[in-house]
Design a protein around this ligand. Structure first.
Ligand SMILES: C[S@@+](CC[C@H](N)C(=O)[O-])C[C@H]1O[C@@H](n2cnc3c(N)ncnc32)[C@H](O)[C@@H]1O
Length: 254
C-alpha cells in the first residue's frame, strides 16, 4: 500500500512563504497574482467539458474552477487529504460533477481522456524520473488539442535548482542540495524537496511529450536583497531586485 505523505504537513511552510510574499509586496498579494493567471487560463479553456486536477492537495483550487467545467476529476496521492476534499465537494454541492480519485498520476487508467489538465505545484516536489512519467501520462490522457496547465517553482539562474525547505521551531530555511538528495527526499516524510525549473527546462519537458507551448510567464514576484559580490567591489551595493518565485505554462497537445 502507498503510505506517501506530502512533506509540507498542514501546509505549514507554504503558509509561511505566503506571509513572506504578502509582506514583501506592497501592492500585490499571493492570491491576486494567481487570480490573474487563472483568468487567462479560463479564457483559453472556455467551452471545455472535462478537467483533471492532477495532485489536487487539499482541493484548494476546486472553488476557482468548479463553475468552468461540466465534469471534474480531482486526483491526489496523499490519502490524508481525502476528508478535506470531500468536505469541500459537499460544501460547494457539486457531488454530481466531481469525482475524487486517490492514487498516483502515473497509475491513471488511459481509457478516460480529458479536455484540460491542471497540475499545480506538483512537478517541483517529485523525482526527476516521476516528473518524466507524469508528463508522459498527461500526453496519453489529454485529448488531441487538449490543454495542459502547469504551475511550478521558477529558477532565474540558467539551470534548474534543487533545494530542501526545513522547519526550525517557527522559522523556515531553504538550502540547495544535490539531485540525488532531492530524489531521495521526494519519497520520505520530513524536509520539503523543491525543484525550481528554468523556462527552457519546463518547456522542453512538455515539448518532449508532444505539447506545444501557448503561454509562459512568471509570477509571485518579491523584492530580494542582492547579495554582496566579494569578487567585484563595484557591485558591492546591496540593492533589492525583483525575483519571480513561480512560473506557469499553458501548452496544447499536438
Ligand atoms: C504543493 S501540493 C499542491 C496542491 C495543489 N495542486 C495546489 O496547488 O494547492 C503537491 C501535491 O501533489 C501531490 N502529489 C505528489 N506526487 C503525486 C503523484 N505522483 N500523484 C498525485 N499526486 C501527487 C502531493 O500529495 C501534494 O498534495
Amino acid at each position: 500500500m502507498d503510505m506517501y505523505r506530502y512533506q509540507d504537513l498542514n501546509n505549514y511552510m507554504l503558509d509561511k512563504l505566503i506571509d513572506y510574499i504578502n509582506t514583501s509586496n506592497e501592492d500585490k498579494h499571493w492570491d491576486e497574482d494567481e487570480e490573474s493567471i487563472f483568468k487567462l487560463f479560463f479564457e483559453m479553456t472556455e467551452g471545455s467539458y472535462s478537467l483533471l486536477d492532477a495532485g489536487c492537495g487539499d482541493g484548494r483550487l476546486i472553488g476557482k474552477y468548479k463553475d468552468h467545467f461540466k465534469e471534474i476529476t480531482v486526483l491526489e496521492r496523499d490519502k490524508s487529504n481525502a476528508k478535506k476534499i470531500i468536505n469541500l465537494i459537499n460544501y460547494f454541492n457539486i457531488k454530481e460533477k466531481v469525482k475524487l480519485q486517490l492514487g498516483k498520476i502515473q497509475d491513471l487508467e488511459e481509457n478516460k481522456k480529458f479536455d484540460v489538465i491542471i497540475c499545480s505545484h506538483v512537478l517541483q516536489h517529485i523525482s526527476i524520473t516521476d516528473c518524466e512519467d507524469v508528463v508522459k501520462k498527461f500526453s496519453r490522457i489529454v485529448k488531441p488539442k487538449g490543454l495542459l496547465f502547469i504551475l511550478v517553482s521558477h529558477s532565474e539562474t540558467p539551470r534548474d535548482i534543487f533545494t530542501k525547505i526545513s522547519r526550525n521551531k517557527d522559522k523556515i530555511k531553504e538550502k540547495e542540495i544535490t539531485v540525488d538528495e532531492f530524489n531521495y527526499l521526494t519519497e520520505v516524510c520530513g524536509e520539503v524537496p523543491v525543484r525550481k525549473f528554468t523556462k527552457e527546462s519546463i518547456q522542453n519537458l512538455a515539448e518532449k511529450y508532444d505539447f506545444q507551448t501557448l503561454k509562459y510567464g512568471v509570477y509571485h514576484m518579491i523584492n530580494r536583497e542582492r547579495p554582496f559580490n566579494k569578487t567585484n567591489p563595484n557591485k558591492m551595493e546591496n540593492t533589492p531586485r525583483l525575483v519571480a518565485l513561480d512560473s506557469y505554462l499553458i501548452a496544447q497537445r499536438l
